[in-house]
Design a protein around this ligand. Sequence first.
Ligand code: SF4
Ligand code: MG
Length: 465
Amino acid sequence: CGVFGVVGVTDASNFVALGLHALQHRGQEAGGIVTHAPETGFNQQRRMGLVRDNFTSSSMMETLPGTIGIGHVRYSTAGSKGQTAMRDVQPFFGEFSMGGAAIAHNGNITNALSLRRELIERGSIFQSSSDSECIIHLMARSMGRTIPDRMEEALRKVEGAFSIVAMTRTKLIGCRDPLGVRPLVLGKIGDGWALASETCALDIIGAEFVREIKPGEMVVITEKGVSSHYPFRPARSRFCIFEHVYFSRPDSIQGGRSVYETRENIGRELAKEAPVEADLVCPVPDSGTPAAIGYSLQSGIPYAMGIIRNQYMGRTFIEPTESIRNMGVRLKLNVNRALIKGKRVILVDDSVVRGTTSRKIKEMILDAGAAEVHFRIASPPTAWPCFYGVDTPQREKLLAATMSEEEMRAHLGVDSLKFISLDGLYRAVGEAEGRDPKAPAYCDACFSGEYPVAPSDMIEQGFEA
Ligand code: SF4
Ligand code: MG
């Protein structure tokens, strides 16, 4: 998911809509905006679908007046299975004795089920199936005197990954979990301030990137300035390494690093680790593009657009059912036949999850008359599900959970298949020594199976890490 907030600007809702539009790659199922104006109180709109289809008309934006606002773009993850229902669309809103508050959450709460059970036993009435709603109920039960105090208390009971943007009538609040698994950045715009999942959302509104919110930090922002709090026990940060591989936009800066440059580095590492003789390096667009450029630069094999993407389709993995997902690849990608015929082609993609995309693409490339197809993947085999806010399927559906690399190669029917090593990936994100097995600098659980926060709800349901 993507979160965005702004305070101290006229027509906050327009800024929020633009910010969410820049974060649309983080979630396309639904979106919502909450603002506050003294004359109207809190204003709230939630819709299924894309930001540009819902939050552009003047009739819509007029319903969202105010100089403070937050928003959320959603896709459903491990915690809340299946298609988004209207009642699960964020931001969530609660009325407390000291006033209202809205909250938007990116990540996944790993003890949400046990929290929910406890809260329901003690009288909370849940409106949604979302893990994020726990936070509002925990805040309602808190005896804290201010909303930020209540939020601190609530978040100390929550486990897992959370980057949160929240608001009261006058305050914009941001918080990252102690490990900083999901991103959150601070920007300055005129006399106002912005919070966003990624810097690309600051760029779109012309805000200056100030800094990242630190892991475990809570910021409370008013028109007067930013105050920092550290509600949690300090911990070593474990930013999601998959943000660098796939999830973040390449024009964003994460962890002080250009995501694009990191991806190009991954491609270079791949070329060093897994060279092969071929005529062309082609990306599986768009997610494989920077890594393919890196592979080409390192190997000296020409880069070419062997697959052309229809720009008007969403990301395939967002589609909820297997049959639509199968069709999706063809609707979205087509082979550049004239270029491919008779060539030995290296295809670079960011990840193999179910293997659906790679299989279809291999068929299309061979149909077009390619002489050889070599897959190079810019992440290690995805063998474990993510419980921290990225939508990987159950373990059984992950190709790498049940097959060896050679079995995957045979299953995909390609001439060769290589994944970057975990050490190679760490080198590409700037860890010269590779992955420190005693204290890894990132979360890499979907590749290593080492979960930095025990996924306690899942363990309760029989998951074995
Ligand atoms: Fe990111 Fe993978 Fe960790 Fe999930 S499990 S937070 S996708 S690195
Ligand atoms: Mg892709």
